[in-house]
Design a protein around this ligand. Sequence first.
Ligand code: 0L1
Ligand code: MG
Length: 255
Amino acid sequence: MSQVHEFAHLLDDAARHGRAVPQIDPKGELSLAEAYAIQSASMELRVARGERRVGVKMGFTSRAKMVQMGINDVIWGRLSSGMQVEEGTPVKFARFVHPRVEPELAFVLKKPLAGEVTAAEALAAVEAVAPALEIIDSRYQDFKFSPPDVIADNASSSGYVIGAWSDPHQDFSNLGLTMSVDGRVVQVGSTAAILGHPLRSLVAAARLSAAAGEPLQAGWVVMAGGATPAEWVKPGQYISIEMERLGSAGFHVGE
Ligand code: 0L1
Ligand code: MG
């Protein structure tokens, strides 16, 4: 088995069984391209088990996080149907390693979008926008990871919840939002924290996924990136996002 497949299996097992694994690149030897190849191979394992590709997630969408990680571009991960969390169905805490949650804006596309596109072209491909929450769950022990580690680990993506879809022909560049745990507000932010405008994240998603040979498809979801720092997820909680004009989304955490 090649090292790409060995690491893909390791990270896939960790995600399936909610078990932490050591950093795969402690000496900083993996390139970003190799890390994305591991991510792709681990998504193939999910698809082989019957999950469907449903879109992409964008990560490190704030300048502060890019600087902290020592990179100068956003990263991306692949979303599958098995990651979707339904509002009414509690998500099992035991499936995670050490989950956190962050408030986001989600897009759903009505047509393919690929390559170097303008913000106007990106908007023209959007069917709808919605408030959303992403559950991020780095599979690495003690959160020790480099950019290639986290890319190989599907940008920590583990689950996502999406609220009701709204018409994208409204200004969603700077919508106020709160994230609450059991009704208590724990984070306050704005969609402007996502690269200054969430459409920039969609433009980046079109560029990066096309460069990887997997252009964004009609019907796919794009999670634009965290609008505030993430919060820890614990069993028994109800976690929700309330976004100005677009409404809310939330999920229960089971045992
Ligand atoms: O969604 C993201 O911005 C990527 C997060 C990856 C790092 C982490 O697990 O904190
Ligand atoms: Mg995120």
